[in-house]
Design a protein around this ligand. Structure first.
Ligand SMILES: Nc1nc2c(ncn2[C@@H]2O[C@H](COP(=O)(O)OP(=O)(O)OP(=O)(O)O)[C@@H](O)[C@H]2O)c(=O)[nH]1
Ligand SMILES: [Mg+2]
Length: 552
């Protein structure tokens, strides 16, 4: 296959939504229909039932929620699929936002009983800003749902997104018997299978078939006829160009848990979605190179290899206890053992331990193309956002940063055994979803941790225990705001990092000082009011939500 053909058959997408809408369940069913697994697992770890491929972490299995995004690669219908299942909970949203930089399309799952929920709205906004195609799956039609017409209205009114239903439900709740494909005019009647483990048998026919009349009660049949006539008359016709530009969303209905409508969704998505899209390089100065990098769009067909790291995860494989950096290939061809430049440090690195990922499982991969996500094992020097390339004029700056909103002290109660605790904390911090700071008022031995949401701290504590056998203790702090400091003109507050003298500043009670891991000074505030007071009383200084230089 030529490079152009290889790139054209890639489909890289994320499944996004509010918590619990059914992303992981749908992912598992895609794997079942994509022939990547033979028996679908369930999200909650029930006795005698497999867990899902994407919720592999022990804590995820116990709680039945996704904590960390997962990559699943498989080949189906001629496409090389890179599917990313993301966590819905807002405390884990930093991970989800990073994943969205690595994909070319998004599948938005909506609980059809609930409609568009807050977290869906936020994630949708990010996708819209990136201009990626968005496909919509109205899930849980086996339960009583809202009227499908109302659900479409909500997409338009709440999200401002034009919708065009491709698949329409025949009834809902116990009377949900099948779906109507508006493109082929075919009815798909489904049979339930125990536990949704196997593909559901389907009977394909037409709306006028007596078998359909028999299965649907008179009310449902009449209602469906009326709705379909209304859509034909007043609905938006399907417009592939608008879909691929992210301006119209094709809408599918079904039930992930029962395998209803999954195959139609997977096939429709792979057909109408887009191949890998180019990423933008920015202009910055990089070590060991005379010219700055060049601001330009790097075509996926550019012969030089480039990609960026959007996620780091330690201990995915309990046997190896190593860390994987997830790289999205943006241009050129990846060959195992190739030598690339790590642009942030200017160093040459050989990429020999490269993997194709399937949940926690991995296998060596010798080549990869734009659109692919590969796992690079080892390389402690790689950080989130780093560019790897054979063209020194390329530098990607894709990863968004978010101010931390919650803070805690973490200590090791077991001082006799500090090695495991230190090593564990260090590795988990490298994943970059929790940050560490030193605080002048910290109790002895305590590290200040900061994150977007409190569940992240629980995860750190749980993983320290289960992955490093290290005890830890969390102690609340009075801070709710952390800011970096500069002079009013944006320059650093002191020439020598770590020597900033804060004693002459006028601050409200409860305000404290500290430093990030690069010794850049930070200020800790108990509330917004004390933050404003600081700005008023110290006009020679400026506060920043994010670090001045994006050094990692
Ligand atoms: N009735 C019904 N339940 C479903 C369906 N799909 C998923 N569920 C259930 O909804 C719950 C949440 O499903 P998940 O797949 O974990 O949802 P999620 O969106 O991945 O959740 P997070 O990753 O934690 O945000 C589970 O108990 C599923 O069994 C469906 O089609 N019908
Ligand atoms: Mg999930």
């Amino acid at each position: 296959m030529s490079p152009v053909q290889e790139i054209a058959r890639r489909r890289t997408f994320a499944i996004i939504s509010h918590p619990d809408a059914g992303k992981t369940t749908l992912t598992e069913k895609f794997l079942l229909y994509g022939n990547a697994i033979h028996l679908a697992g369930a999200v909650k770890d029930r006795k005698n039932q497999r867990a899902t491929a994407s919720d592999w972490m022990e804590l995820e299995k116990q709680r039945g929620i996704s904590i960390s995004s997962t990559v699943l690669q498989f080949d189906f219908a001629g496409c090389a699929v890179n599917l990313l299942d993301t966590p819905g909970h807002k405390d884990f949203s930093e991970d989800t936002y990073r994943v969205l930089t690595a994909v070319d399309a998004a599948l938005m799952v909506i609980d059809a009983a609930k409609g568009v929920e807050t977290q869906t709205r936020k994630l949708f906004e990010v996708c819209r800003r990136r201009g990626v195609p968005i496909f919509t799956f109205m899930n849980k039609c086996d339960r009583p749902t809202r009227s499908p017409i109302d659900l479409l209205d909500e997409l338009e009114n709440v999200l401002g997104l034009q919708s065009s239903p491709v698949i329409w439900p025949l009834g809902n709740g116990p009377s949900f018997k099948g779906v109507f494909d508006r493109r082929t005019k075919e009815v798909h009647l489904f049979e339930r299978v125990p536990g949704g483990k196997f593909q559901a048998p389907v009977n394909v026919t037409s709306l006028d078939d007596p078998a359909v009349r028999d299965k649907l009660d008179d009310h449902t049949y009449g209602e469906v006829k009326e709705q379909l006539a209304m859509l034909d008359g007043a609905g938006h016709p399907f417009d592939l160009k608008a879909v691929q530009a992210g301006q119209q969303t094709p809408v599918y209905f079904g039930s992930a848990v029962n395998n209803f409508g999954i195959e139609l969704l997977l096939n429709g998505f792979l057909k109408d979605s887009v191949p890998p899209a180019p990423r933008k390089s920015v202009s910055v100065t990089v070590p060991g190179w005379p010219q700055p990098t060049v601001a330009r769009e790097v075509p996926v067909t550019d012969p030089k290899f480039s990609g960026f790291i959007f996620k780091i995860q330690a201990n995915m494989d309990a046997k190896h206890r190593d860390r994987i950096a997830f790289l999205r290939v943006c241009s050129g061809k990846f060959d195992r053992d190739m030598v690339v430049t790590h642009q942030r440090t200017g160093k040459s690195v050989r990429l020999s331990s490269s993997h194709k990922l399937f949940g926690r499982e991995r296998e060596t991969v010798d080549e990869a193309w734009p659109g692919d996500v590969i796992g690079l094992v080892g390389h402690g020097e790689f950080g989130i956002g780093d560019t790897l390339t054979t063209d020194r004029s390329i530098y990607y700056d894709e990863i968004p940063r978010f101010p931390s909103e919650v803070f805690t002290y973490i200590t090791n109660p077991n001082t006799g055994d500090s090695k495991k605790y230190r090593a564990g904390l260090e590795q988990l911090l490298q994943e970059g979803v929790v940050q560490s700071f030193t605080a002048r008022s910290a109790p002895s031995g305590a590290t200040l941790l900061a994150a977007v949401g409190p569940l992240q701290f629980e995860v750190v504590q749980w993983r320290l225990q289960s992955e490093y056998s290290a005890e830890s203790r969390l102690t609340p702090t009075p801070w709710t705001v952390l800011r970096w400091l500069s002079r009013a003109d944006g320059t650093p507050v002191s020439a020598n990092k770590g020597t900033f003298d804060h004693t002459k500043l006028i601050v409200a009670t409860g305000v404290s000082f500290g430093a990030d891991k690069f010794e850049n000074p930070v200020v800790l505030f108990p509330n917004e009011w004390s933050t404003r007071y600081f700005t008023e009383k110290n006009p020679e200084l400026k506060l920043h939500e994010l670090p001045l230089e994006q050094t990692r």
